[in-house]
Design a binder for this molecule. Structure first.
Ligand code: NAP
Length: 393
C-alpha cells in the first residue's frame, strides 16, 4: 500500500510502493502519542504527511472486541475483552478495510455458544463476529479499488484484512450505507425469503409477525402489505405499536408487554392466522399456534426470547395444532439464499423508490459501546435495525 487511505480515497489514487503501510496521524492534537479510536484528528483521519513524519513510532493500532468467555444468560461486558494490536498489511489478493458500521444482530448471542449450529461458534479469544459496512483503504485484489464501500464479515473492530470472499460492493449514492445492513442487507433478505419462499403468502390472507418493530419484522410486515395481506404485528410497548400502525401501515398491532397475546390474536385475527413469521419463540409462538387457520404456514426465523436463557430453550407445548390445522412449520437460514440476494435487493430497492417500503435504523456511535449497545437487542430499547457506528464516512 502506498498513499494514506485518506489521500487514496480523496484523490482516487491507488498509491505508490515503498511507503509506510498504514500510519495514523497523531501530531495535530496528541503530540505524537497514538490517539485512541474515539479521538479524531484535527485535520483528517489519516494523513500521509504526518504518517511519513511519524513512521518510526506510530504504527496503526487496530482496536477490537474479542470473546473472553462463554456467556451464561445475558452477556455482560466481562464476556468480552477490548484489545489493541498493530495493523498488518494486506497480502496478495487481500484488501484492507476500515469498518464504518457494525450490524448488531440477535444471532450474535447464539454465535457465542459452544455446540452445533449453522455457523461455527466464535472461539474464545477470537474477534467477535459481525457483518459490517466498511471502506477499502488498500487493495491487492483486482475486484476491489481503494474507496469502494463494501459489506462483509469484518467483525467487531476498526480495521480488517480480508481476501474478499463473501465481500460485496455497495453504492452509497443509491442508499445510505446503514441501509445495507438493514432492508438491503441481511435482515431484509431474511424477511424477503422467509416470507415469500417459506410462507408463500396469498392476497387477502392474515399474516402475523412477532418482533415486528425489529430489523426483520418491520420488513416482513411491509412486504406482506405489498402482497395484499392483512398484517398484524406483535411488538413491545405502545410507541412501537403506534409506529407499526401509523408509519408502516400494519392493519393491527399487539403490545405483548401489556396485552394477553392469545386473547388479542383472537380479536385481531377473526379469520385466524394463515402465516405466522416467528422471530421470538416462547410464549408468543405458543399463542400463535393456538390461532392457526387450516393450512397455515409458520416460518421459524428466530427465537430471541430464548437466546439468553441460562437453561434450555422452551418449545411450544401445543405443537399438535400443526396436525389439527394441517399446518407447516419450517425453519430457514438466510445464507442458503445467498445466490438470490441480488434478485431480492433489486425488488426491494424498487419498493423503496416507490415509497412502499421504509427502512428504519437506530445508530449508536462508538466501538467502545459495543457490549452495552448489543444488550439493547434483548431489552428492546431500539426501533428497527440497530447499528453501531465505528467511524465517520
Ligand atoms: P431485532 O432487530 O433485535 O428485533 C427483534 C425484536 O425482538 C426486538 O426489537 C425486540 O423488540 C423483540 N424482542 C426481544 N426480546 C424479546 C422477548 N423476550 N420477547 C418478545 N420479543 C422480544 O432482531 P432482528 O434482526 O429483526 O432478528 C429477528 C429474529 O430473526 C431474531 O430471532 C434473529 O435471530 C432472527 N434471524 C434469523 C435469521 C435466519 O436466517 N433465520 C436471519 C436474521 C435474523 P420488542 O421491543 O418488541 O420486544
Amino acid at each position: 500500500m502506498g498513499l494514506s487511505a485518506h489521500d487514496a480515497i480523496s484523490k482516487g489514487d491507488k498509491g505508490s510502493p515503498g511507503l509506510p503501510a498504514a500510519v495514523r496521524c497523531t501530531t495535530e492534537r496528541t503530540g505524537g502519542r497514538v490517539r485512541s479510536a474515539s479521538e479524531t484528528c484535527a485535520t483528517e483521519d489519516w494523513c500521509y504527511a504526518h504518517a511519513r513524519r511519524d513512521r518510526v513510532n506510530v504504527a496503526v493500532a487496530n482496536h477490537q472486541f474479542r470473546l473472553a468467555a462463554r456467556p451464561v444468560g445475558l452477556c455482560t461486558r466481562d464476556d468480552f475483552s477490548y484489545t489493541e494490536e498493530p495493523l498488518g498489511e494486506p497480502a496478495d489478493g487481500e484488501i484492507l478495510v476500515k469498518v464504518l458500521y457494525v450490524s448488531l444482530d440477535p444471532a450474535m448471542r447464539g454465535w457465542m455458544n459452544e455446540g452445533r449450529s449453522y455457523v461455527p461458534p466464535v472461539a474464545i479469544g477470537e474477534v467477535m463476529r459481525s457483518i459490517d459496512v466498511a471502506r477499502v483503504l488498500a487493495s491487492n485484489n483486482p475486484k476491489f479499488a481503494v474507496g469502494d464501500d463494501v459489506v462483509g464479515i469484518f467483525n467487531v473492530q476498526e480495521y480488517a484484512i480480508s481476501n474478499g470472499s463473501g465481500v460485496t460492493k455497495v453504492d452509497r449514492k443509491l442508499a445510505p450505507l446503514p441501509v445495507y445492513l438493514s432492508v438491503l442487507g441481511m435482515p431484509g433478505m431474511t424477511a424477503y425469503f422467509g416470507l415469500l419462499d417459506v410462507c408463500e403468502p396469498k392476497e387477502g390472507e392474515t399474516v402475523v409477525v412477532s418482533g415486528a418493530a425489529g430489523a426483520v419484522g418491520q420488513v416482513v410486515g411491509q412486504i406482506a402489505r405489498i402482497k395484499g395481506c392483512r398484517v398484524v404485528g406483535i411488538a413491545g410497548g405502545p410507541e412501537k405499536c403506534q409506529y407499526l400502525l401509523n408509519e408502516l401501515g400494519f392493519d393491527a398491532a399487539i403490545d405483548y408487554k401489556a396485552e394477553d397475546v392469545r386473547k388479542a390474536l383472537k380479536e385481531k385475527c377473526p379469520d385466524r392466522i394463515n402465516v405466522y413469521f416467528d422471530n421470538v419463540g416462547g410464549a408468543i409462538l405458543e399463542a400463535a399456534l393456538s390461532r392457526l387457520a387450516r393450512g397455515a404456514r409458520i416460518a421459524i426465523c428466530g427465537a430471541v426470547s430464548q437466546y439468553n436463557n441460562s437453561g434450555p430453550m422452551k418449545g411450544p407445548s401445543n405443537y399438535m395444532a400443526l396436525l389439527v390445522d394441517r399446518a407447516r412449520m419450517q425453519g430457514f437460514v438466510v445464507f442458503d439464499y445467498a445466490g438470490r440476494y441480488g434478485e431480492a435487493a433489486l425488488e426491494m430497492a424498487g419498493w423503496m423508490a416507490e415509497g412502499k417500503l421504509k427502512s428504519s435504523e437506530e445508530i449508536v456511535e462508538g466501538l467502545e459501546t459495543f457490549p452495552d449497545t448489543l444488550l439493547r437487542l434483548y431489552t428492546g430499547e431500539k426501533l428497527g435495525k440497530l447499528v453501531l457506528k465505528v467511524a465517520g464516512e
